[in-house]
Design a protein around this ligand. Structure first.
Ligand code: ATP
Ligand code: MG
Length: 552
């Protein structure tokens, strides 16, 4: 169950809406999620969708998915499919058809003409660099463009010719005529339209000019009857412009913009631009690399949609910029899998054990629970045989303090099975261990570890005969710096060991015998079957999280 209650109580935006409803300001609450189709969605977007979707559902209003497609040079139609897929997987179904900002291009063009006619917009010939230079800074006021005072007639004609594709990209732009001295830099004659010759995935070659975010966003919100336009804090200043545009064109609805803080997670990035840098530099394998905080990456790693939603509902929505610990995200999936994932033994770093006093052809059937704390999850058989694997980290040639595993000359208990004692090590000529010869104690099944510490501890194991090979992908944070999102050079802080691959063994037919694809491999962690990298001849498991302290 989601922690809706806390979410409502804590959330300042709900309070605003609650008030609006009390004052009968709106008949129907409408919210939207407006992604730009220039990459896959990430966990930050889930926070925004959770907020917008839940508000609409709670107040029996509407929630729209709007593809914010005003920049054909960075967009790709394939991203729209992935956006839809992610929303559906999360269980956030949008109302009505998908909306596109490009649906409103005709209307936007009309509104731009209205601004020109009111002498509130002009065609500028400054290029991007000069527009920036003339804009000034927080301490230096801007300067008027020399093209600011053209006649309305000239502006109309130039804008029309921009639309017809008669000017080259970057040569002209349409700008609002506001105030180059404004304290709010966004208000220093912002660009409303720019020329782009790129073919658009929805409107094809119809347009040579495209509205900017600032011009299109408020108009799209208004056309769709959005009541509360929720965005992240960096758009705080843009709100003044949002209102200026809606106040100066003849449009009916005037939605209100409210800002909340972006989601940041320690050691991870939640920005499509930065994720793109990692993909281009081949640091990750693609948008769905399990190390990324993209929805598709997290899904592949083994996160469930409910765990991600629970996470977003638990962190709440505020105006304070903060950074959430990775361990908090992990705790959300852990608490779920702790209950639902069957336990099984798998060996990541195999070391062969030969039981000298156990006959070759013999096998002993052991009935073990699928979950030690939930008998309802049933039991299964595993087999004890002459050759078994244990983890290489569970063996030591020499005695070490507090080492509760197998030591040469000492005893250890195999989980759900017998006590064994290590007798002899077989090594190759390079001194690498090939296998360990042990003996087993026939009557030791089910005995408790004694106080004298004669038996060092309990370790996991798997029968060689009843196992099959598997690859284990162990992930760690991509970065060594906690707050990486706002760094200019993210590549400087890469964790070189963010992926380790082990070739080991799982129980034979584990996947055939289980509907579940999430498992707890005892003493190792929670793992999820990777559909993408697995095939007929290869099984790949992704580690969602480790059970060991200090081992990510
Ligand atoms: P990015 O930097 O990743 O491209 P963006 O804000 O440009 O982020 P959009 O596709 O434009 O991405 O975002 C769609 C919506 O998701 C916007 O309303 C935006 O405010 C919100 N959003 C984006 N990133 C986050 C985040 N980290 N936390 C919360 N909301 C976010
Ligand atoms: Mg963006």
């Amino acid at each position: 169950m989601y922690k809706y209650n806390n979410f409502y109580k804590k959330n300042f935006i709900f309070k605003i809406i609650e008030n609006d409803i009390k004052n009968k300001k709106y008949r129907l609450i409408r919210t939207r999620f407006p992604p730009e189709p220039n990459g896959y969605l990430h966990i930050g977007h889930i926070k925004s969708i959770c907020l917008n979707f839940t508000i609409a559902k709670f107040y029996k209003g509407k929630f729209f998915l709007r593809i914010d497609d005003t920049n054909p040079s960075t967009e790709n139609i394939k991203y729209i499919e992935y956006i839809k897929k992610d929303l559906i997987w999360l269980g956030f179904k949008w109302d009505e058809n998908i909306k596109y900002t490009s649906n409103y291009f005709n209307l936007m063009y009309e509104y731009a003409i209205e601004l020109i006619n009111k002498n509130l917009a002009y065609v500028d010939e400054l290029d991007i660099e000069n527009i920036r230079n003339y804009r000034g800074t927080l301490s230096i006021p801007g300067k008027n463009s020399p093209y600011r005072n053209r006649s309305i007639k000239d502006n109309l004609e130039l804008f029309e010719n921009m639309r017809l594709g008669k000017f080259s990209e970057g040569s002209l732009s349409l700008r609002a005529k506001i105030d180059m001295q404004s304290k709010i830099i966004v208000m220093r004659d912002p660009v409303l339209y720019r020329i782009k010759f790129q073919k658009h995935h929805q409107t094809n070659k119809k347009w040579f000019i495209y509205p900017t975010y600032d011009f299109s966003h408020c108009i799209s919100d208004s056309i769709e009857g959005i009541t509360h336009s929720l965005c992240t804090l960096e758009f705080q200043d843009n709100k003044v412009l949002y209102n200026w545009i809606l106040n100066n064109i003849s449009i009916k609805n005037h939605p209100k913009q409210y800002e909340f803080s972006k989601l940041n997670i320690e050691y991870g990035i939640t920005s499509k631009r930065n994720i793109n840098i990692l993909i281009k530099n081949k640091i990750v394998s693609g948008w769905d690399d399990p190390r990324l905080l993209t929805i598709s990456g997290l899904r592949r790693k083994g996160y469930t949609s409910s765990s991600l939603k629970n996470f977003c509902y638990s962190i709440g929505v505020t105006k304070q910029n903060n950074i959430i610990e990775m361990s908090f995200l992990e705790s959300c999936i852990k608490s779920e899998l702790n209950k639902s994932a069957p336990r099984t033994m798998a060996i990541l770093r195999p070391l062969k054990i030969i039981i000298d006093n156990f006959p070759f052809k013999k096998k002993i059937k052991l009935l073990i629970p699928n979950h030690p704390n939930n008998k309802n999850m049933g039991y299964k058989n595993i087999y004890f045989t002459k050759e078994i694997y244990i983890d290489i980290l569970d063996f030591s040639e020499i005695e070490k303090e507090n080492y509760k595993r197998l030591i040469l000359g000492f005893k250890v208990k195999l989980r759900y099975s017998f006590v064994i004692k290590a007798k002899k090590i077989i090594k190759d000529k390079n001194n690498n261990i090939i296998c360990i010869h042990c003996i087993y104690y026939k009557d030791s099944l089910g005995i408790k570890i004694n106080k004298k510490k004669e038996i060092k501890g309990i370790i996991h194991w798997i029968s060689c005969l009843y196992s099959e090979p598997a690859n284990f992908y162990l992930y760690d944070n991509l970065f060594i710096k906690k707050n990486i999102n706002y760094d200019d050079n993210i590549l400087k802080f890469l964790n070189k060991k963010s992926l380790l691959i082990y070739k080991g063994f799982i129980e034979k037919n584990l996947l055939k015998n289980n509907k579940n694809k999430h498992f707890q491999f005892e003493r190792e962690g929670y793992f999820y079957f990777d559909k993408k990298y697995s095939n007929k001849n290869k099984i790949v498991f992704n580690r969602i999280l480790s059970l060991k302290k200090n081992d990510k």
